[in-house]
Structure formats: structure tokens, C-alpha cells
Design a binder for this molecule. Structure first.
Ligand code: DGP
Length: 114
């Protein structure tokens, strides 16, 4: 998607602090971190939002979560705990319309998030 900021990061057209890449997903530091650990895990395939997942793409959700789990272990926050978040559309707090999973950790999280 030509105007998608995360597609541009995936294509290497704009910089990001990339921490993990495989043929399906890319993980990088959030530009506006909300916690000591705040990574974004995105599928390389462009989907606007989580509600666009269907039977042909649903496995991507598992790959995002599995990558988040592995990165949490590698970053040493698996034991203390972490949060995996996917925002959907405006009321859900989504601001970038390329499906992404937030990995947040390194401090206690509050609930409800507000
Ligand atoms: P969301 O609100 O769920 O759509 O989260 C989008 C996140 O993306 C938000 O926490 C800020 C982050 N973000 C926006 N633009 C950029 C960027 O150009 N680079 C990086 N690394 N993160 C970005």
C-alpha cells in the first residue's frame, strides 16, 4: 500500500529500530513508547485492521502472537508479565491502518486501560 507507513518500514523506505524479521512478520520499536518495552509486530502482508482477517489470513494472528511471546521471553519480561494489544478502528484507538500487535511490558499495566 503506497501510503502506508508500516508498509514503508517493511520495504526499508523509512527507518525503524527493527528487532526481528522473518518472511511473514516484522517487529520494531514503537516511535511513541508507552512502556519500557513497547514493540510493534506487523505482518508483511498489508491488512488494514484486525477485523479484516478471514479464513485465508487468520493464521497471521497466531504468528503475530507467537512472535510477541518469543520477543517477551528474549527481552526478559515473560515472567513479570506483558500485554499484547490490537486496536481496531477509531473507538478501538487505532491510528495506523496496517494490522499490528503491540507488545507492552517492563512496568505494571493497569486495567481498564481507559
Ligand atoms: P495504534 O494506535 O494501535 O494504531 O498504534 C500505532 C502505533 O504506531 C503508535 O503507538 C505509534 C506508532 N507509530 C506511528 N508511526 C510510526 C512510525 O513511523 N514508526 C514507528 N516505529 N512507530 C510509529
Amino acid at each position: 500500500m503506497p501510503d502506508c507507513i508500516f508498509c514503508k518500514i517493511i520495504a526499508g523506505q523509512i527507518p525503524a529500530k527493527i528487532v526481528y524479521e522473518d518472511p511473514v512478520v516484522l517487529a520494531f520499536h514503537d516511535l511513541q513508547p508507552q512502556a519500557p518495552v513497547h514493540l510493534l509486530i506487523v505482518p508483511k502482508q498489508h491488512l488494514d485492521r484486525v477485523s479484516d482477517l478471514d479464513e485465508t489470513t487468520a493464521l497471521l494472528a497466531g504468528q503475530l502472537v507467537a512472535t510477541g511471546n518469543r520477543l517477551a521471553r528474549e527481552l526478559g519480561i515473560a515472567q513479570s508479565g506483558y500485554r499484547l494489544v490490537i486496536n481496531c478502528n477509531s473507538d478501538g484507538g487505532q491510528s495506523v491502518y496496517h494490522l499490528h500487535l503491540h507488545l507492552l511490558g517492563g512496568r505494571p499495566m493497569h486495567w481498564p486501560p481507559g
